[in-house]
Write a protein that binds this ligand. Structure first.
Ligand SMILES: [Zn+2]
Ligand SMILES: [Zn+2]
Length: 168
């Protein structure tokens, strides 16, 4: 059964900004924090939980800056373990006389796939972690609000007295 679910994001308000690293863009970006009134929906009928939520968005591409668009290597390693498990399974299973070709196709196919995946995993260059990339990015240093050009006020965090955005 197909159930349509999702979330509504109502009444967006910009409440913050920071210098960030966007994994979708693969580059240093400004990201903005938007507060919305969110409601989950099933078949477009709003249901609980509802409330104000804050989300970060990349100012250039609009995605969550810290969500990688690519398959995480972790899942590929899990896939490799599954393939190795399958290979062992196919070799432990005696070849059934009426499907010799199929049995051997699995016996050879599974380890070959495992080896190809392993080679791919070893070849993929390790990307510097998001943490180290963020550490290399200078914090935002705006003294004028980027949204309304009002001079920002210092405090625990710099904030705009006019529109209320916070510099992170
Ligand atoms: Zn981006
Ligand atoms: Zn402002």
């Amino acid at each position: 059964m197909l159930i349509v679910t999702g979330a509504y994001h109502w009444w967006p308000k910009t409440v913050g900004f920071r210098n960030d690293f966007c994994l979708s863009c693969g580059a240093e970006r400004r990201s903005v924090r938007i507060r919305t009134f969110d409601a989950g929906h099933i078949f477009w009928v709003p249901v609980l939980p509802v409330g104000f939520w804050k989300h970060w968005y990349c100012a250039a591409c609009g995605n969550d800056p810290h969500v990688s668009p690519r398959t995480r290597p972790f899942f590929k390693w899990v896939g490799l373990l599954i393939l190795i498990g399958l290979s062992i399974g196919f070799w432990m299973d005696p070849v059934t006389p009426d499907s010799v070709a199929v049995s051997w196709a699995f016996r050879i196919g599974a380890p070959v796939c495992a080896i190809l995946l392993l080679l791919h995993l070893l070849k993929t260059p390790k990307e510097p972690s998001l943490k180290s990339r963020l550490a290399a990015i200078a914090s935002a240093s705006d003294t004028l609000c980027p949204f309304c050009s009002t001079p920002m006020m210092s405090g625990d965090r710099w904030s705009c007295p006019s529109c209320g955005v916070v510099r992170y």
